[in-house]
Write a protein that binds this ligand. Structure first.
Ligand code: 13P
Length: 254
């Protein structure tokens, strides 16, 4: 567990460049530098336009995807290298929407993880079970497999650049949330997995995502195993996202 919390906005396919720039101005109205690690992941298009204001104010930029090759004939794709050269520090990989709608396998995700690390990006690796898998008692197997293949060929040093985001597929955008006990159990399971697989007692940063909003974020961040939150819908509104950040900043004061 880190003392700094991660507050990560995943905007998905939302906001034009103009709307992104307006958001960041609104967010930063009357704000001081945050102690926690605030990361905004807009569409690729908005990264450059947001860059100066974000970096000047200590807000980090993340991308929502990258390709695993450095360059070449991959129409429509963007490499980790290109993101890095734009001042991007993080990339979300393995999101369930990429797995489900774009057919990304664990093998592809693993190639992307390695390419991202190679380029100097930090990786927010998403794992999560569907409702059906959960009800069939397959949850931990599914999560362990996503970890096993997603982190294949990495060494324990590389784990320091990985944030594991537990996002149950059924909790994304639904208002349904998991219990604190379940999050702790998943975190504990990941620790066990990492220790067995990588022969290290290093604990990867662990965050939760899925219907996180102003009303419940404190509960998640208060769990000692939780290093932050990955936020979709509630991060699209500057007032809500500021409130979420402020809640996290106040926790640190205690
Ligand atoms: P919501 O916060 O809208 O449930 O989305 C979560 C998510 O998918 C973040 O990556």
């Amino acid at each position: 567990m880190n003392s700094k919390k991660y507050l990560i906005a995943n905007w998905k396919m939302n906001k034009t460049v103009e709307e992104s720039v307006t958001f960041i101005r609104e967010l930063l109205k009357n704000s001081k530098l945050y102690k926690n690690e605030v990361i905004i992941c807009p569409t690729f298009l908005s990264l450059d336009a947001m860059r100066e204001t974000c970096l000047k104010n200590g807000i980090k930029l993340g991308a929502q995807n990258c390709h695993f090759e450095v360059q070449g004939a991959f129409t429509g794709e963007i490499s980790a290298e290109m993101l890095r050269s734009l001042g991007v520090e993080y990339v979300i990989l393995g999101h369930s929407e990429r797995r489900n709608y774009f057919g990304e396998s664990d093998e592809i995700i693993n190639k992307k993880v390695k390419a991202a690390l190679e380029s100097g990006l930090k990786v927010i690796l998403c794992i999560g079970e569907t409702w059906e898998q959960r009800n069939n008692g397959q949850k931990l197997d599914v999560l362990n497999n996503q970890l096993k293949f997603g982190l294949k060929d990495l060494n324990s040093e590389m784990l320091k650049k990985i944030i594991i985001a537990y996002e149950p597929v059924w909790a994304i955008g639904t208002g349904k949330i998991v219990t604190e006990k379940e999050i702790s159990d998943v975190s504990h399971n990941i620790e066990k997995f990492i220790s067995a697989e990588f022969k290290t007692n290093f604990k990867c940063s662990f965050i939760y995502g899925g219907s996180v909003d102003v009303s419940n974020v404190e509960k998640f961040l208060n769990l000692s195993c939780v290093d932050g939150a990955l936020i979709g819908g509630a991060s699209l509104n500057a007032d809500k996202f500021r409130s979420i950040i402020n809640i996290s900043e106040n926790l640190n004061k205690i």
